[in-house]
Ligand binder design. Structure first.
Ligand code: NAP
Ligand code: HSE
Length: 428
């Protein structure tokens, strides 16, 4: 049987896992697809670098065009990362009729529609399961498993690095910077971890999930994004005390034809299944009109979980090759994106205020909420004896984002409020 030849772009964390699985599971894989799968060329930045697995030196190249233009290669597996150059390589590979598997959420979130369009025109597959939530097969699930339903909400912990950091801060009282360093050493974080901690990585993944879930081309600009760098140990401890966990949540919601997509540190009730997703694990909660609540859980980053998704895509491409159906994906984005306004986006909120500790202050604060038509669910004032200032914690009932912004603006000019220390969306 003629082997299927693969050109691997990148031999870092994920690429190494891909080689391990393709070589280690060769018999199983070839039984499934009816041909051996062979990694015939590997692009790296530095051929002289030591590798964690044995690789024949003759397979390594530093020239990307040697791989993407190699006429013997059937499938390009892109696990090198990057956007502009990588897009060029992928478009060139498609132009030459090669199928593509990628783990690159940055590329797919920004240029997915263009790349998929090119693939369709050339009769090629582009599969990207590993781009969101590492080892969880959520992309295939949204495309196929939910094809009969109308999704109303997708809520996900889709960044392993930040979940690892928040878990360690919560469970061990660890310092943010120490845990970030650990996550980098474990291969979870991006080359530049700013995109993890500032929420951009999660926003890119939510762009992909909401595009698939709402069947419309959501763009990264449509995702309101805030990361975890301002989350404090104090916030986490207050959340715990009130029965919440702090998680970086991606939340995509649809009401009628209007959608909103956001990423932000969120306080979620400890009784919600997503609140107990800890460490580098990811989870995606999906609510469909017909199916109701579902949740998908697994490792969201790291060598082997991510490589499993990449190689599963490779198997799917080869099966399609055998059937002669590559590039015949259904039209996935046929709805026009209509974004909710801030008046239409509603949730509960948590506020931690630093206020003057004297008669009448609580009444002034309550008056601001009343003026802006925001209803308070609970108020807590931890005792701070012998001080002229104190902290007040307020949880609201559902309020619009616009009304909440008005409340916060009013507090800025209220002298009794010395500082708005924290504001969180509350879920569950
Ligand atoms: P990585 O460890 O940094 O590996 C990148 C690999 O690509 C390295 O082998 C590097 O070569 C090679 N490379 C990078 N730029 C190159 C260039 N310009 N020319 C030639 N070779 C180049 O990255 P990774 O963590 O495996 O991630 C790869 C992709 O998977 C990224 O898109 C990432 O977002 C995505 N992803 C990663 C994870 C994860 O858990 N790590 C999970 C899901 C998705 P050298 O080895 O010679 O430096
Ligand atoms: N840096 C990413 C994360 C890798 O921490 O989730 C997986 O996409």
């Amino acid at each position: 049987m003629k082997p299927i030849k693969v050109g691997l772009l990148g031999l870092g964390t994920v690429g190494t896992g891909v080689v391990r699985i393709v070589e280690g599971h060769q018999e199983d894989l070839s039984n499934q697809v009816g041909s051996p799968i062979m990694i015939s060329q590997i692009l790296v930045k530095d051929r002289a670098k030591g590798r964690n697995i044995p690789v024949e030196g003759s397979k390594l190249t530093e020239d990307p065009w040697e791989v993407v233009r190699n006429p013997d290669i059937d499938v390009i597996v892109e696990v090198m990362g990057g956007i502009a150059q990588t897009k060029e390589y992928i478009l060139e590979a498609l132009e030459r009729g090669k199928h593509v598997v990628t783990a690159n959420k940055d590329l797919m979130a920004l240029h997915g529609p263009e790349i998929l369009e090119k693939a369709r025109a050339k009769g090629c597959d582009v599969l990207y399961e590993a781009s969101v939530a590492g080892g969880i097969p959520i992309i295939r699930t949204l495309i196929e498993g939910f094809s009969s339903d109308r999704i109303t909400k997708i809520m996900g912990i889709v960044n392993g690095t930040t979940n690892y950091i928040l878990t360690k801060m919560s469970q061990e009282g660890a310092a943010y910077s120490d845990v970030l360093k650990e996550a980098q050493e474990l291969g979870y974080a991006e080359a530049d971890p700013t995109s993890d901690v500032e929420g951009l990585d999660a926003a890119r993944k939510m762009t992909i999930l909401s595009t698939l879930g709402f069947r419309s081309n959501v763009s990264l600009d449509n995702v309101s994004t805030k990361g975890i760098s301002s989350v404090t140990q104090e916030d986490i401890q207050y959340a715990k005390h009130l029965g919440y966990a702090v998680k970086l949540l991606g939340i995509a919601e649809r009401q009628d034809d209007y959608i909103s997509v956001s990423v932000q540190p969120t306080m979620i009730k400890q009784s919600h299944p997503i609140a107990s997703v800890n460490g580098v694990f990811n989870a995606v909660y999906v609510h469909g009109e017909a199916v109701g609540e579902t949740m998908f859980y697994g490792a969201g980053a790291g060598e082997m979980p991510t490589a499993t998704s990449v190689v599963a895509d490779l198997v799917a491409v080869v099966k399609n090759m055998k059937l002669g159906v590559n590039g015949r994906q259904a039209q996935l984005s046929y709805n026009v994106v209509k974004l909710k306004t801030d008046e239409q986006i509603a949730s509960k909120f948590f506020l931690l205020l630093h206020v003057e500790d004297r008669a009448g202050v609580l009444a002034q604060i309550a008056q601001v909420f009343s003026n802006r038509d925001v209803s308070i669910e609970s108020v807590m004032q931890p005792s701070t004896p012998n001080m002229s200032s104190t902290e007040i914690i307020i949880i609201t009932h559902d309020a619009s984002k616009a009304a909440m912004n008005n409340v916060l603006n009013d507090f800025e000019s209220l002298s009794a409020v010395r500082k708005i220390k924290s504001v969180y969306r509350v879920e569950g």
